[in-house]
Design a protein around this ligand. Structure first.
Ligand code: ADP
Length: 306
């Protein structure tokens, strides 16, 4: 069974002709409110595939919190561990311009109040999970406490997004550390323009070196997602490229969350890392064929048809 520990946000989206300058007001399209946050996204992705998945997160006692709980339950996520109250639900304020570029302000709200004490109080839920999946939209000290609290029988999957420097004991627990090109670049400490062009390579190329360098930082295994090119799997046994099926990409929002949620679930039901990645690239590919984040996540049947 999968336990995701992470964020839940309401994404408030409006389309604008152009972004407002300082002191300026522009009009946007009708507001769309979508359930989001990396933690909730991963849990929904896994549950929609048929996983038994629970989410440990915090939302406010407000309309956005209720919207998020409803969408989690609709997808089949066990919301028993979700904590409520204290502060407003986390919100992402998103404007989209005609070229499709986003400008986003995140108000972490209740996500910032998911504390190490909350983790200790959920000790039993953590102990019963085969896999715990983590991201970094909650406090790093909370992530570190999860790693300290899980038992030796629980596998830890971490997607360090948004990227931050990780304590050694957190890195050492990751099996795998899951990064996209941007996160890999950050963790390797390279200047933003060093290394291969994002998305430019159809194959593993220099990314193999990146994956091995990341493995050298201490995780037990590393997965580097490469968009349309698929993903690299890197462990003590070596590195291999798992290609993604070719699809017509419409909207890549949430692809990484769908990938990681699927990967963590498959690891929890006993797949080896490479087999789990072979499944996860198909889930990621299916997710880019539809718009939205959670709305784009496929069922197992839809993955089969790919
Ligand atoms: P992120 O969304 O975190 O930047 P990626 O863009 O690497 O992550 O996408 C994660 C996964 O989603 C990829 O490994 C791949 O399986 C799938 N994916 C993403 N973009 C495409 C695409 N254009 N075509 C096919 N699969 C894709």
């Amino acid at each position: 069974d999968l336990l995701v520990v992470g964020s839940a946000n309401a994404d408030l989206v409006t389309a604008v002709e152009r972004r407002p300058a300082a002191g300026e007001t522009v009009l946007g399209s009708d507001l769309a409110v979508h359930p989001g946050g990396k933690g909730a996204n991963q849990a929904v992705a896994a549950a929609r595939l048929g996983a038994r998945a629970a989410l440990l997160a915090r939302v406010g006692d407000d309309a956005h919190g209720r919207l998020l709980l409803d969408s989690l339950r609709d997808a089949g996520v066990d919301t028993g561990p979700v904590l409520t109250g204290g502060t407003p639900t986390g919100v992402a304020l998103i404007t989209v311009d005609p070229s499709g570029d986003n400008s986003i302000v995140v108000s972490p709200g209740a996500n910032a109040r998911l504390t190490p004490a909350d983790v200790r109080a959920a000790r039993e839920v953590l102990a019963s999970a085969a896999v715990v999946s983590l991201q970094l939209e909650i406090p790093l000290e909370t992530v570190a406490e999860v790693v300290r609290t899980v038992g030796p029988g629980t596998r830890v999957v971490l997607n360090p997004s948004p990227p931050a420097d990780l304590p050694a004991h957190v890195l050492a627990a990751c099996d795998p550390l899951v990064v996209n090109e941007h996160e890999a670049r950050f963790l390797l400490g390279g200047p933003p323009d060093a290394g291969p062009e994002p998305g430019a390579t159809p194959g593993p190329g220099p990314y193999e070196e990146w994956a091995r360098a990341l493995l050298g930082r201490g995780p037990r295994s590393v997965v580097v997602t490469l968009g349309a090119a698929g993903a690299l799997v890197c462990g003590p046994g070596g590195t291999s490229l798992v290609p993604s099926p070719a699809v017509r990409a419409v909207d890549t929002t949430g692809a990484g969350d769908a990938f990681t949620g699927a990967l963590a679930w498959r690891l929890g039901v006993g797949d080896g890392l490479e087999a789990a990645v072979r499944f996860a690239v198909r889930v990621g590919a299916a997710a880019v064929t539809r718009t939205g984040a959670q709305a784009s996540f496929p069922t197992a049947e839809e993955v089969d048809r790919l």
